[in-house]
Design a protein around this ligand. Sequence first.
Ligand code: KG4
Ligand code: ZN
Length: 363
Amino acid sequence: MSQTSKDFYNLSAPFRETGCILAIESSCDETSAAICRDGKILSNIIAGQKVHEQYGGVVPELASRAHIQNIIPVVDAAIKKAGCNISDIDAIAFTQSPGLIGSLLIGSQFAKSLALSLNKPLIAVHHMQAHVLANLIDDPKPSFPFLCLTVSGGHTQIVLCESPTKMKVIGETIDDAAGEAFDKTAKLLGLPYPGGPLIDKYAKDGDPNRFQFPEPQIPGLDFSFSGLKTSILYFLQNAGKSHIYKEQFLATEDEKNKFIKENLNDLCASVQQRIISILLNKLKKASIETGIKDICIAGGVSANSGLRKALEESGKKNKWNTFIPAFEYCTDNAGMIAITAYYKFLEGQFSDLTVSASARAEW
Ligand code: KG4
Ligand code: ZN
């Protein structure tokens, strides 16, 4: 590409022509397909998997089986909703990594088979980069370079995005992800999986300053959430009387459950507030260190209403331009895979049929 990325990615310019891209996402427990024509998302169909709820987390084998059942109807629905035909598809994109290998294999094999049978180009997409680029789906869009806090069930990262195909991770969690902190807290509170949305819901009627949980002191732009989880565990086992580990906890099982029941809203609000303050303090540090003021969030946890509100408030205070994807593009979805594929198409970044799914991903 001879143009500089600044000119080439003038996001206020009209979309460029790529034709119709069919994108498939199957990295975890959502089967999703989207159609993007010339940079515009025409459809984004997402099928969730209820089967995991009873197990308190995603069961990889069950996820793979559900993807097999869902993938054809989901792709079919995406094509129909976009008002096109299979013969209108000009390229096929899929999530290559990272994710659950069995789940990724269903989407990648389907995409490769379809590309082969239609004789169309194939585009392999990095799931975490796609979360970042979900911010380029709707207007207004951030200008390059921008920072993105990507917070999901498996990742917590601050990404410096120089162009749609040039990004680097400048901070990340050294243990649990933010989504895991939400989900594990929910489990301790006796709430079903995935607990993040439920904590969000109960927090709305709670006092965020009622209980104080510790903020970890991690150097640089990295995060840690495992200490917070342990502190919540001890706090509940001591029925709110202490955060400290005791060989003999101060409460019986019944007292602990009574404490949770009577204080559920305040517990959710206080934990949520601490997770948000950990995230936003590091984001602020990243903005100061890089001088970048276009700030985005992405990933499943960016659906959290407290985080969305706190980002807007921080934006006003720190003179940031803030960007948050629409809800349907926060949690796992093929729309974000499609927009990433659109930019890769413009740069001619196609894969051949030897490309394979990978549980872990390089940036
Ligand atoms: O990005 P995502 O859909 O899947 C991964 O790639 O991990 O993120 C899922 C995570 C889960 O941990 C879920 O609890 C969390 O996002 N999540 C939320 C909310 N909605 C989803 N966490 C807090 N508040 C929410 N409203
Ligand atoms: Zn994700």
